[in-house]
Design a protein. Structure first.
Length: 197
C-alpha cells in the first residue's frame, strides 16, 4: 500500500471517528443546518431532519468515497443533494395540495365552497392553522408574567404602543426593549414546540 493510499484511508477513518464523537457530531450537524438555512432558506426544523438523513447516508455509503481526500466535502455534497430533494418534494406537495383544493371547489356539492358555509382556503391550511393556533395559545401561557401581560394588553385589550407607555409608565425605548424580549421569549417557546416562524 502506498503512502498516499494509507493517508486517504486514514482521513476516511478520522472522519468516521469524528462523527462517532458526540461533540464533533453536533458541530458537523449544526454546520449542515446553517448551510440549509443560508443557502436554501430551509427552516431549521426541516434542516435538522435533512442533516440526520445526510449523516446516515454518509455513514452507510462512506466506503464508496474512501479514495477521495475531502471527506467533509463529500458529506456536504450529500447534504446539498438531500436539500434539493427536499425542496423538490415540497414544491410537488404544494402543487398537489393546490390542485386538490381547486378541484374540490369546482364540484357543485363541495362543502368547501364559500356559499355552502365553507371557505375558499384549502382544508389542510385550516387544519394546520388550527393546530398551530392551539400550540401558540399554550406557548403564551408559558411566558413569564411580565411578557404575558404585554401580549394580553396588545392583543386582547388593543391598547397599542402609546397606551402601553401610559399604562406601564415606561419610556419608549424601555417599552421597545421589553416588547423585543417578550417576542424572543415567545419565539423560543414556539420553536421548542415545533412551530418555525
Amino acid at each position: 500500500m502506498s503512502a498516499e493510499a494509507a493517508g486517504k484511508g486514514l482521513e476516511d477513518k478520522v472522519m468516521l471517528e469524528e462523527l462517532g464523537n458526540p461533540a464533533k457530531f453536533e458541530e458537523v450537524r449544526r454546520r449542515l443546518i446553517l448551510i440549509a438555512g443560508f443557502k436554501y432558506r430551509i427552516r431549521e426544523c426541516d434542516a435538522e431532519d435533512i442533516a440526520q438523513t445526510a449523516l446516515a447516508a454518509y455513514c452507510e455509503h462512506g466506503h464508496r468515497y474512501r479514495n477521495e481526500t475531502n471527506q467533509m466535502g463529500i458529506l456536504i455534497g450529500i447534504f446539498k443533494k438531500k436539500c434539493l430533494e427536499f425542496i423538490d418534494q415540497s414544491i410537488k406537495t404544494t402543487h398537489r395540495l393546490k390542485r386538490i383544493a381547486e378541484e374540490s371547489t369546482k364540484i357543485d356539492e363541495s362543502p368547501f365552497k364559500p356559499e355552502r358555509g365553507g371557505t375558499a382556503r384549502p382544508v389542510i391550511d385550516q387544519v394546520i392553522r388550527r393546530e398551530d393556533g392551539t400550540r401558540i395559545v399554550e406557548a403564551l401561557q408559558e411566558l413569564k408574567p411580565q411578557a404575558r401581560e404585554l401580549f394580553e394588553l396588545l392583543i386582547e385589550e388593543d391598547v397599542g404602543r402609546h397606551g402601553l407607555m401610559k399604562r406601564l409608565k415606561l419610556k419608549a425605548n424601555t417599552l421597545d426593549s421589553r416588547i423585543r424580549s417578550a417576542r424572543l421569549e415567545l419565539r423560543g417557546i414556539l420553536k421548542a414546540r415545533g412551530i418555525c416562524i
